[in-house]
Ligand binder design. Sequence first.
Ligand code: HEM
Length: 299
Amino acid sequence: MITMQELRDHYRFSDDDGELLKSLAPLAGQNQERFSREFYDYLYGLPETAAILNSSNRERLREMHSNWFMSLFAGIYDNHYLNHLTRIGHAHVRVGLNVHFVNAAMNQIRHFLLNLIDGNYSDREQRRILREAVEKILDMNLDVMSSSYREEELKKVFVSRKIESFLIKATERFTYGLNLALVLALAGVSISVVCLFVWDITHIFTGDMEKGILSALGELLILWMMIELMDNEIKNLKGGKFNILVFIGVVIVAMIREILITTLRHDALQTQTFLAVTLLILGIVYYLVSKSQQMQPRV
Ligand code: HEM
């Protein structure tokens, strides 16, 4: 944990800077109301920050932000002041405020203060040193406030950061290896299906024509399904999104093949009806999933 002295050293914040800020206190006091109004206009103008404000005690919040503004010019920048800044950071983390908005809000505050100095000090050198002091204190504030977010990130460790990142990497590699093995296995199976297809084609010429044609058609369907699966796996390996639709398609193809076989075997009507109804349901599911995928924004 950094001390206030270290923070001051790192930002080259001198006692003179402290005095300069203190000299701005009367001007800041005259503009405190305007600051508060403009700050809240800004926060209410953004949906994300407005949502946070709406779920907080508005009056108390306004007072806290307004007091913080005046504390910039109190002239005392000790460890007590540092604790105050740390508390602000934690308060923001607690309400789930994204650090991005703290940075953006600080930018607005910076413009407000620099404009105030420009509009009220005619001496160029005086303006320069006042602006420098203001820039330093705002950056020091932002530094401490945003470090609370880093602290929260670091807290999210179960055993040790090193071991955890090693485990995550190892698991990622393992999954990648498994996917690779799956693609190879699919390729192997596809080759067997091609052999089976050739074998069934020979059936057509050696007698049982109907059986040969239907079986060959079944194998073609399986092959088409294998291609889809492999395509999906390869996309997955390249970092693409997992596509559930492919799996529904695969089941549909398997059903169609089953229907072909049952017709060939002249199975009971009940079995055939059952398969036909299942196919219809799968078709509806396929349609609904593909519709919902079309409606989702692409990422
Ligand atoms: C540079 C910008 C900001 C500064 C200097 C600042 C300053 C402060 C201060 C001094 C407190 C009181 C902390 C305490 O003593 O408990 C506080 C709390 C709070 N701030 Fe900010 N704030 C900033 C940006 C924002 C933004 C962008 C939001 C967005 C909505 C926000 C929302 C809040 C809320 C909701 C709390 C109350 C947390 C609680 O209930 O404990 N602040 N802030």
